[in-house]
Design a protein around this ligand. Structure first.
Ligand code: AMP
Ligand code: MG
Length: 346
């Protein structure tokens, strides 16, 4: 009996956790054929669901892929390739292909986003205590010093999956890895064979396969100040990734500091954005761009979109306006209770 009660309490707690931390989520449907699971990994609650004869097996395969990549990408786990690289003191290090590929991609996105996305921001992230969860406000000199190590040019990719970090650089793939892992988990599900499914890693959602009669998936975007979704996106097979200051932050002396750092200043990014959701085919790109756009602001999103329209965006500004890319016109609806928000497509 006690066991059943504690299981129920545990399930309720997990549900609360999901509502608290998830930036976007699949809108629940009543379909008893769906198999689902809930695990804790990558420092977040992960929900997987799949439909089809092999759904259970596919979910297990996706879980295994998530656990495998969690170990590879962990910035603190002493067995991870990232840890090995960050502690190599500038020596050439051979790493797993997944890490090599993602570092290469991160360098490309650093250039694409004019430095707004930079995985070498890690020494600054550490100063603020986001890695250890021992939060603190660093003084200006500490930030200045940590910033001297920040530049994606310090990541030198060599042959045979060998990497060298120059000038005391260290890397943290926390702004891109979840998107990549969600795609890999989706591939694992598909390799087993499912009809359709959804992978939710915190603010990173990946829809998989096709629903019957090509019906769209419906993904809700959480309002930063409420437990409710302010809008729902209808989409086919895609990634939907949200970044927001509300997802991780701390308050000291009445001032709140969040986890997305402007690599140019070393301080939590101050843009006009409360949350940004990026929708696209490539999970890693969506994840990195959600971080970059949060840093750059809504005008920057439009600029980036005019350069590479490989994605769509939904921005909730600090003054409660919704700005969305033009192709979302028939795909975005405001939720009940949020109908008074203004949507501007541009
Ligand atoms: P996300 O939640 O995807 O926006 O990513 C935020 C995480 O990425 C943080 O917790 C840091 O680990 C890391 N990060 C913070 N600022 C940046 C940045 N400007 N570029 C790349 N990664 C960042
Ligand atoms: Mg990101």
């Amino acid at each position: 009996m006690k066991n059943i009660v504690s299981k129920k309490v545990f399930a309720a707690l997990i549900l609360i956790l999901i509502t608290l931390f998830v930036g976007c989520d699949s809108v629940k449907e009543d379909n008893s054929k769906i198999n689902s699971s809930r695990i804790f990994a990558l420092d977040t609650v992960i929900e997987l669901s799949a439909n089809g004869d092999n759904a259970q097996k596919a979910i297990k395969a996706a879980e295994a892929e998530i656990y495998r990549l969690e170990e590879v990408f962990s910035v603190t786990g002493e067995n991870s390739d990232i840890y090995k690289l960050n502690n190599a003191q500038g020596k050439e290090t051979t790493i797993e292909s997944d890490v090599y590929i993602l570092l290469d991609y991160a360098k490309y996105i650093n250039t694409l986003t004019e430095g707004n996305f930079d995985v070498t921001v890690y020494p600054v992230v550490k100063e603020w205590g986001f890695t250890s969860k021992d939060y603190r406000v660093p003084d200006a000199d500490e930030i200045k010093k940590a910033l001297t190590y920040v530049s994606s040019e310090n990541i030198v990719l060599k042959e045979n999956y060998t990497v060298q970090l120059l000038n005391n650089a260290q890397v943290d793939l926390g702004g891109i890895a979840k998107g990549y892992i969600a795609d890999k988990a989706a591939e694992a599900m598909k390799a087993v064979g499912i009809e359709y499914g959804i992978i939710s890693l915190g603010g990173n959602i990946r829809t998989v396969g096709k629903k019957p009669s090509s019906e769209d998936f419906r993904i809700g975007i959480k309002h930063p100040d409420s437990q409710d979704y302010f809008a729902v996106i209808s989409t086919d097979e895609r990634s939907v990734v949200t970044s927001g200051a509300y997802q991780r932050n701390f308050t000291i002396d009445g001032k709140t500091y969040h986890h997305i750092i402007d690599p140019k200043t070393g301080y939590p990014a101050q843009s006009d954005i409360a949350s940004v959701t990026i929708i696209g085919n490539d999970g890693a790109l969506c994840d990195a761009l959600s971080t970059a756009v949060f840093v750059g602001g809504s005008e920057y999103a439009e600029k980036l979109y005019s350069k590479t329209p490989d994605f769509d965006y939904v921005i909730l500004t600090n003054d409660n306006k919704v700005i969305a890319s033009p192709l979302l016109k028939d795909k975005l609806t405001l939720s009940e209770g949020f109908e008074n928000l203004e949507i501007i497509y541009k």
